[in-house]
Design a protein around this ligand. Structure first.
Ligand code: FES
Length: 113
């Protein structure tokens, strides 16, 4: 039985790409991990091109909000959201996309297609 997680990540660089697309990765170590930890694994082991943000890593009572994104259609903080076996990860729809999962918090009106 395949116990790997399937992680589909929104990929878009408005300075180069005409249309957004998705890249899909398989991840072995996901149980008990957060979405942010899974993104880091992908970045470190499979694709150093994906762009995402983090800050406080969910440590401490105040959350920085840097890792806000959408997972399976819901806005979440990736550092405190448990990973699941099937994930579609997009930038937060409220903000303008800078690259992939990185948004401009100063500019509203993004589209994560
Ligand atoms: S990294 Fe700060 S809230 Fe997630």
């Amino acid at each position: 039985m395949n116990d790997k997680a399937s992680v589909k990540i929104f990929a878009f660089d408005p300075s180069k790409d005409k249309e957004p697309k998705y890249r899909t990765y398989e991840v072995e170590e996901w149980k008990g991990h957060t979405v942010l930890q899974v993104l880091r694994q992908i970045y470190e082991n499979q694709d150093a091109e994906i762009a995402f943000r983090s800050g406080c890593d969910g440590v401490g009572p105040a959350r920085c909000g840097a890792c806000v994104m959408e997972v399976n259609g819901s806005p979440v903080l990736a550092c405190e959201t448990p990973a699941t076996k099937e994930m579609v990860i997009k930038p937060h729809r409220k903000f303008t996309i800078i690259k992939d999962l990185v948004v401009d918090f100063e500019r509203k009106g993004g589209s994560n297609g």
